[in-house]
Design a protein around this ligand. Structure first.
Ligand SMILES: Cc1ncc(C[n+]2csc(CCOP(=O)(O)OP(=O)(O)O)c2C)c(N)n1
Ligand SMILES: [Mg+2]
Length: 319
């Protein structure tokens, strides 16, 4: 099917949303064997950025990686099987939701340890530069990762070496339950980064078209070596609890009202309003089929056997 840009956005966005809604529905059954950090509410960042990438470009992310993995076109069946802990999963059921990867689609790694994929992405970008390749590395992380020392070392090195990398900070204002302003003196991540010599901007309203336009424009410049690293801070909102499928307003660290502001301007609904009902329904039907098949695939797949316990290690003892 030949899709317009808006249709591509809607398809990608709708798929991520529906997959996570299914995860929420299934989670209480305990069939999903891994903690889940849901992307719901934050989809526009991954959808906008990944739509601007080519198959040569690679992405690195955090444990909140469902949206990035899917938006980059990685296999849905392997993702759900991974969440179910099945051997058909993208990490043979050993990684779970926090360790998704699909190297064949340029999803290099996601990790449970905050900030750790940032230096890895910088190292990859350094490799691209040394090999004189025109691809681009994209590094996704949260506002909490900015508090890590390695974030600052990575910014410094990327700027110094003028590396082909786009940094995407998904600022949902919270690191678990701590507001940004309880951890950082100012609300100015994007401005602080300029001090390293990195061009930086902030998009505050979660507009998927703006995010796409920014990524498209600067990825092209990075590829043509017209600039060094680029930084984009996207304000966004995590609709669900930090980890798990529930709401968490009872905890008192944030209000329902602040989340409702974002829910009211849900980009998914805006995108749908830009399409004819016929087009939207066609996309929805297709995606629903994919989602159903992926969960069925995970259900019927097998768990890894005992023999898998000592494979895929850095050191494998020869028999
Ligand atoms: C190095 C390290 N320190 C602490 C933690 C515990 N931890 C897990 S998630 C998280 C919050 C990170 O927040 P942010 O980077 O804003 O990402 P978000 O969850 O908001 O997407 C923390 C502190 C960890 N996993 N790794
Ligand atoms: Mg955060």
């Amino acid at each position: 099917m030949n899709l317009t840009l808006t249709e591509k956005f809607y398809r990608s966005f709708y798929k991520i949303r529906r997959v996570e809604e299914e995860i929420i529905r299934i989670y209480p059954t305990d069939k999903i064997k891994s903690p889940v950090h849901l992307s719901i509410g934050q989809e526009a960042v991954s959808v906008g950025v990944c739509q601007a990438l080519s198959s040569q470009d690679v992405v690195f992310g955090s444990y909140r990686g469902h949206a990035m993995y899917l938006a980059k076109g990685a296999d849905l069946k392997k993702m759900i099987a991974e969440l179910y802990g099945k051997k058909t999963g993208c990490a043979k059921g050993k990684g779970g939701s926090m360790h998704l990867s699909a190297v064949e689609k340029g999803v290099m790694v996601t990790s449970a340890i905050v900030g750790t994929t940032i230096p890895v992405s910088v190292g990859y970008a350094y490799g691209l530069k040394l090999k004189k390749l025109s691809a681009c590395a994209v590094s996704f992380f949260g506002d909490g990762a900015v508090d890590e020392g390695v974030f600052h070392e990575s910014m410094n090195f990327a700027a110094l070496k003028k590396l082909p990398i786009l940094f995407i900070c998904e600022n949902n204002r919270y690191a678990i339950h701590s507001h940004q302003l309880k951890r950082q003196r100012y609300d100015n991540i994007w401005e602080r980064v300029k001090g390293y010599g990195i061009f930086s901007e902030r998009i505050e309203d979660g507009d998927v078209f703006k995010i796409y336009d920014f990524a498209k424009k600067y990825i092209a410049k990075i590829r043509k070596k017209e600039c060094g690293p680029i930084f984009l801070e996207c304000l966004t909102c995590r609709w669900k609890e930090h980890v798990g499928p529930n709401d968490d307003f009872h905890l008192g660290y944030r209000s329902k009202e602040e989340v409702d502001i974002w829910k009211k301007k849900d980009e998914l609904i805006r995108l749908r309003s830009l399409l004819s009902s016929k087009k939207a329904e066609r996309i929805e039907k297709e995606v629903e089929g994919e989602v159903e098949k992926a969960f069925a695939y995970a259900e019927k797949s097998e768990f890894p056997g005992e023999e898998e316990l000592l494979t895929d290690l850095f050191f494998e003892k020869k028999q």
